[in-house]
Write a protein that binds this ligand. Sequence first.
Ligand SMILES: Nc1ncnc2c1ncn2[C@@H]1O[C@H](COP(=O)(O)OP(=O)(O)OP(=O)(O)O)[C@@H](O)[C@H]1O
Ligand SMILES: [Mg+2]
Length: 264
Amino acid sequence: MPHPEDVVLPRRRERFEERRKEASHRDLLDSFFDRPTLLAVSRLINQGKIDAVDFPIATGKEGGVFRATAGDGFRAVKIYRIGNSTFHNLPAYALEELRRETSVRNFGGLIFAWTRREHSILGRLHDAGVRAPHPYGHLRNCLVMEFVGSTAGAAPRLRDAVLDDPAAIYEQLVRQIGRMLRTARLVHGDLSPYNTLLFEGEIVLIDVAQAVSVDHPAARALLERDLGHYARFLTRAGHAVDPAEFFAAVGGDALAVPAPEAGR
Ligand SMILES: Nc1ncnc2c1ncn2[C@@H]1O[C@H](COP(=O)(O)OP(=O)(O)OP(=O)(O)O)[C@@H](O)[C@H]1O
Ligand SMILES: [Mg+2]
């Protein structure tokens, strides 16, 4: 079995000043790439989905997103950590949904189902014409998707981007979230300026695994919360957004008002 680094950082240079950085990379990689994950990455390479994993774009407790190279350009590979902390922050409704879809009894199985779910939701969004990363494949806890960015690096999150024209961002959000609702018939449920990238002036919605059907009893409340995050952000950025108007503009009024006993 190769060392994780040999698989995921084959083009590592031996430059002295990078040693320290590499040592911490190595710790990070060891914590992500346990043997089964490494094997999954190797299989994705054998399947031709990617040629190599290059470097981490973002890492957190629950997983990491890495830039990868493929024959015709870059990819992003999202890897969920296999561990019982991975689902600590998962909203109860999403976990419920997952358990209904899959009869999994262990964390590994849940995480694989979650990865598959993110892949299929990305596919549904793509079919609906929503700007989200195109899905290229998944295996175990690894998801291969379109890399949003260029040779200069990954696109910034909307949260970190310089907004020249917040009104234009609002219009795009209305269009994309509207399509997500009306055509894909999904509510994202974790939308915010953090789960939105800005690339070449266009917004890209990411981190979609917890999306629910518009028929879900929590859909309306989730949509309100999602839109509220943007409304506050855009208002602070100088474009006042009225939440009720925003809600109506994306087609939220068509969502069922849950009966009080429906629960969330
Ligand atoms: N397809 C992509 N192309 C480029 N960068 C991406 C892509 N997907 C994710 N990222 C980067 O990786 C970060 C984490 O991705 P994502 O939100 O999907 O994972 P997460 O596990 O939910 O992380 P977090 O807990 O930080 O939200 C994003 O904020 C973004 O910077
Ligand atoms: Mg996220």
